[in-house]
Write a protein that binds this ligand. Structure first.
Ligand code: FE
Ligand code: FE
Ligand code: ZN
Length: 280
């Protein structure tokens, strides 16, 4: 099954999210577990969760790719910021068990001057504290653009974090096409080469989801500015190659393009046509 969707507002709870995703033509979606800039999460209503599970069964929605708040920095230098990361991560992983067997994606963090090595150690430390044997969620490390002191701009950094985590069977990777392009991986002209490199360094068995975005920047710009599918530097053929690639086409594709709902619905339909091999 081809899975395509976008970021959905979490307002109104689980069933409301499912209905919004479905109305846009999506059969997978991403959502922020709480305000992306931080703050408290709302209490979960068991009746809402049950209605959502029924809705998903009916609509063939079997993949959620939740996103941690941007303010969650597991390798922060400041103790209170790391405390927040720990508390949020723990709480979110508990909440994720309301929807068993899904994905929780997070940014591996910014080391803010402490250096990559220290950042890797600290992020791995947080994972070792929050992962628990009984969890059914897979936690995804997102590939980043390497902007500023951001970790995860190189596949090697993600591998180094994974290698330090005891329950590493709970970990996977989410490939963000804008981020890795901005990080210097040429997904436009050498998608096979990039995936071979991913396999060599991390292993393709870890690859669980794709954030499908075009980019406003040149290759290796380390900037992280997403573009709409038809408006960035990737030509349409490159997007088509991504959504039809045998390694990728079985994974959930999440659009994080700068769109309102209408624009998302158009891009979801576009991706379906591209996946079917039709011209846009
Ligand atoms: Fe992200
Ligand atoms: Fe992303
Ligand atoms: Zn981004």
């Amino acid at each position: 099954m081809f899975r395509i969707g976008c970021h959905i507002s979490a307002a109104g709870g689980y069933l409301a999210m499912g209905k919004r995703a479905d109305a846009l033509g999506g059969n997978t979606f991403a959502f922020f577990t709480r305000n992306p800039r931080g703050g408290a999460a709302k209490a979960v209503d068991p009746a809402d969760v049950a209605a959502f599970a029924d809705f998903c069964r009916e609509k063939d929605i079997d993949r959620l790719v939740a996103h941690a708040p941007y303010t969650l920095n597991p390798c922060a230098a400041k103790e209170n910021v790391r405390e927040f990361a720990l508390m949020t991560f723990r709480d979110d992983l508990q909440r994720m068990e309301n929807t068993p067997g899904q994905y929780y994606n997070f940014h591996p963090g910014s080391h803010v001057g402490q250096g990559t090595e220290v950042g890797i150690e600290k992020t791995a430390e947080v994972l070792n504290e929050v992962l628990f044997p009984a969890m059914t969620t897979t936690v995804l490390l997102e590939t980043m653009a390497g902007k500023g002191s951001e970790l995860g701009g190189r596949f090697e950094e993600l591998r180094a974090i994974i290698d330090r985590v005891e329950l590493s069977d709970k970990l996977g990777v989410c490939l963000d096409t804008c981020h890795i392009w901005d990080g210097g991986y040429d997904v436009v002209n050498d998608l096979d080469g990039v995936l071979a490199e991913f396999d060599r360094v991390i292993g393709l068995d870890r690859l669980k989801a794709v954030h499908l975005n075009n980019s406003k920047n040149t290759l290796g710009a380390k900037k992280d500015r997403h573009a709409k599918l038809l408006e960035g530097v990737f030509p349409l053929e490159a997007i088509a190659r991504i959504v039809t690639h045998p390694v990728l086409e079985t994974l959930p594709f999440i659009l994080e393009t700068p769109n309102e709902e209408e624009g998302y619905a158009e891009e979801i339909a576009l991706c379906r046509r591209l996946h079917e091999g039709e011209n846009a």
